[in-house]
Write a new protein. Structure first.
Length: 210
């Protein structure tokens, strides 16, 4: 089984990336990798605000298409933790049900790429990770959910793009979770602008240049 670094180092631009699993000693691990190619996408940092982790602009005067780049990436309530690549995490939280929440949303309105909406919802009581994606498939909208029980030293990865900028095509990729800081190796990629690592209740944020 490959590691997080093995997997990400072979991908020039996976885009926004969600990783979740359990450490060897049973701690909850969640990570979010924020990438961007355009000036608008790169004009972002991750910040902690109230009980959420949000994207925020470095320079407010340069913001375009605000609805697509500014959102709460990490949310939590009594039953679930939501980690998503857009504001659809709030839709799912308000709906109180993952399937109902996904039906209320579609892929991002950024033709011709049509970036998928994706993420993971962790159910605390059952220790289950529900990964999902909403993506365009020809003239249809696909909404797919995968459920994985927590397993020590195992995580799964899902991200927005394949190498040709088409939507993520695979099942979430299983990786060996040896080092919870492995994802920081992604800063070797110039497209990476920020990263968040959550280990149980401890959350750390890393922004390029800080």
């Amino acid at each position: 089984m490959q590691t997080i670094n093995n997997y990400l180092s072979n991908r020039k631009y996976p885009g926004r990336t969600v990783i979740a699993g359990n450490t060897k000693d049973g701690k909850l691990f969640m990570a979010y990798l924020l990438q961007g190619r355009s000036e608008n996408s790169r004009n972002r940092v991750l910040v902690k605000k109230d009980n959420a982790i949000e994207t925020a602009p470095k320079d407010e005067s340069k913001v375009q298409n605000r609805d697509l780049i500014i959102y709460k990436a990490l949310l939590e309530d009594d039953e679930y933790i939501y980690l998503t690549n857009g504001d659809h995490g709030e839709s799912i939280m308000k709906a109180g049900d993952i399937e109902k929440g996904l039906l209320e949303r579609t892929f991002e309105e950024d033709p011709p790429i049509n970036t998928p909406r994706l993420g993971v919802i962790y159910k605390k009581s059952e220790k289950v990770f529900n990964f999902f994606i909403i993506k365009k498939d020809e003239d249809k909208t696909l909404r797919i959910i995968w459920s994985y029980p927590a397993v020590a030293e195992v995580a799964h990865i899902i991200h927005t793009y394949e190498e040709d900028l088409s939507s993520f095509k695979d099942n979430p990729v299983m990786v060996k979770l040896e080092d919870t800081n492995e994802i920081l190796g992604a800063f070797d990629n110039d497209n990476t602008v920020a990263c968040m690592i959550k280990l149980d209740d401890d959350v750390k944020i890393f922004n390029r240049g800080e």
